[in-house]
Design a protein around this ligand. Sequence first.
Ligand SMILES: Cc1ncc(COP(=O)(O)O)c(C=O)c1O
Length: 448
Amino acid sequence: MEFEALKKSGITNLLSAFGRSIWLPQGIFYWTGRAKKEATIDATIGSAQGPENEIIAGAPDKAVTFYIPSVQRHFAGLKSEETVPYAPMLGLPDLRKAWREWILRKVGDLRPRVEPCLTLPAVTPGVTGGIFMAAKMFVDKDEVVVSPDRLWENYSNIVERHIGARIETFPFFDGGRFNLKGMQRKLLDTLAQQPKALLMLNFPNNPVGFNPPQEMVQPIVQALIDVVEQAGKPIVVLCDDAYEGYVYDPAALQRSMFGDLCDAHRRILPIKLDGISKEFLFYGGRLGCLTFGLPSGLDVDRKALQEELDNKLGGIVRSTVSNCTRPVQSAILKALGQLDQVLAERQRTVDVLGRRANLLKAEFAKVSLPQLRPLPFNAGFFCFCDVEGVPANKLAEHLIEKYKIGVVPSEGGKINGIRIAFCSVPEKDIPTLVNGIVSAIKDLAAES
Ligand SMILES: Cc1ncc(COP(=O)(O)O)c(C=O)c1O
């Protein structure tokens, strides 16, 4: 966007340097808008959707955004005291405790190791708010933040525009496996230039839909231990766990890597960012949590440490959103009290998405087209295909015009590909989706 109207109006001259630098990338919103109007198969939308009867027996066949009845139901009965007063800055104390228990349940057999490390979660405005707070608290202007080269586009605005830092990436895969060596090299190069580094780890990943196999977890943790030992400097690992729980391959890690990073080394500080948007299928609720995994060997009063961290986070919350919405916190607290029921209901959506992912994989396996290379996927809401010889934007344009299929293209640097949001494509449309992509690439390749 060129912001011509702002310039013409003279308002540009009033903007701060930040006001001039900030902009909302139109990529996803542009293609979602186009798909809404033009597509019969819409693989642009990043929320789980489909016929309601796929998740609720006896419900109509009409498409809905998937939801968990045992979460929604609590809104009807909220009393004024549960909705009207301001919530405490870091969230309702009982919710903070209940979310801590939820994290401990998610880490499973790592509980004995994680529990002593875990702070009381601070409530944030969605996972986005948690990423923002963590970045604000741990990243300095002109510092480098390290991430795999497939990343949620919003990281750039948070880290680069808000903080004035820079994201540097390493190739996500090396021969079909998570690129351990690339991660290590990039972290060591970064630590050679600055006193600490921040690593973003997003598993299951957006846009790749990948969670590492179980046997890769220890090597990844060991690689990070080797980095901090070799550099003699600390790293903060931001675990963006927005899609935790959506894993469709029993051989893949079923939980966040946060637990494995807890107490891995006294110079590794993992921070867990999770929330209800995907985990409880409640995107509009805007509730996330930020939780530290403090190494156990620190020679410090842990209660004082928690209080001081809370104070810092409180300062950020108070000076930005002031506090998070109370009705949602009240309802989620009640839902966490019936977690077994909530998870049983959520499982229907996990199963639907798992069937879609597996079918998509099977359809791709039938295709032999050198220009189309689906990256490994086994989790989350998306998959990503590298495309060769055809610019991704041109492919997306042709796909929507001729085949009425909406995808989100990604072009830039060494990346040229399309993101497919299988979370919003019903199973019956998946073969048509893959055939359309293949035909569109063939059409364009024949033209050139
Ligand atoms: C990787 C990733 N992290 C964080 C978020 C934001 O989650 P929330 O809606 O809770 O702010 C998203 C949402 O699309 C995402 O894809």
